[in-house]
Design a protein around this ligand. Structure first.
Ligand code: 1GP
Length: 249
């Protein structure tokens, strides 16, 4: 159910603030000392929350450990689940997702049915999210059996977003895929904002301040970066600064 994390996001996005979420993949964050350092750096730079998840190789124990470590930073920790094993009772919330453009029924309804009783037991807040994967050559597209959205068809993206909103979802996550060659097209957040009231999360392939700024100017409410946080935390900090500057314009 919607709760404190949703209120935290809504109250800020509602005033036009642009948010940044730091994505940590527990499969890659095996060095906990480094995780402590990097997460502290992201907090100092102004990140607004941590997302924890990934497509492959995450054990339940790793998810618990990473979430518990991040919780010390005092910001919301939200699960971005590739599968059931990403769930952790120590998180504040979970993106309760439907992979809108999958060809695989497991990701449309079955995984949600399997996850729901566990999420209820853990008492996790759920953020109802439509997940739309744009590109093809990424792990998420392969694992999720995605039917990719053509980059030159924003009207299709608008239709997906409208359908998601009509089904009661509150968030849409436009995903180019972790480590994607390029971020999603700017036209995508733009059309969603024209047609719906959804909160727009954008991630995948964002590795410079200019791309992040252009995406927020085009309507993205929340920018997610993962790879760059791992590879170059100083650059990630500059990306956060650029996002926050869009807010103050
Ligand atoms: C992946 O959108 C996220 O799910 C982040 O992608 O690793 O390319 O920043 P990057």
């Amino acid at each position: 159910m919607l709760g404190r994390v949703h209120e935290y996001i809504k109250s800020r996005v509602g005033t036009g603030e642009k948010l940044h979420f730091t994505l940590i993949d527990p499969d890659k964050a095996t060095d906990l000392v480094k995780l402590e350092e990097v997460s502290e750096k992201m907090v100092e730079a102004g990140t607004d929350a941590f997302l924890v998840g990934g497509s492959l190789g995450i054990t339940h124990e790793e998810a618990d450990l990473v979430v518990s470590t991040l919780k010390k930073r005092g910001l919301p920790v939200v699960i971005f689940p590739g599968n059931i094993n990403c769930l952790s009772r120590y998180a504040d919330a979970v993106l309760f997702m439907v992979l809108l453009n999958t060809l695989e029924p497991y990701y449309l309804m079955q995984i949600q049915v399997i996850a729901a009783p566990i999420i209820a037991k853990y008492g996790l807040e759920t953020l109802p999210t439509g997940y739309l994967v744009v590109d093809q050559d990424t792990a998420v597209a392969h694992v999720g059996r995605v039917y990719p959205v053509p980059r030159n068809k924003p009207e299709l993206v608008a239709a997906y977003a409208l359908a998601a909103e009509m089904m009661g979802l509150k968030y849409i996550y436009l995903e180019a895929g972790s480590g994607a060659q390029q971020p999603i097209p700017l036209e995508f957040p733009r059309v969603i904002k024209q047609h719906t009231g959804l909160t727009v999360i954008v991630g995948g392939g964002i590795r410079d301040p200019d791309s992040a700024r252009k995406l927020t100017e085009a309507g993205a409410d929340i920018i997610v970066t993962g790879t760059i946080v791992e590879k170059d935390p100083d650059l990630a900090a500059r990306i956060i600064k650029a996002i926050k500057e869009t807010t103050s314009q």
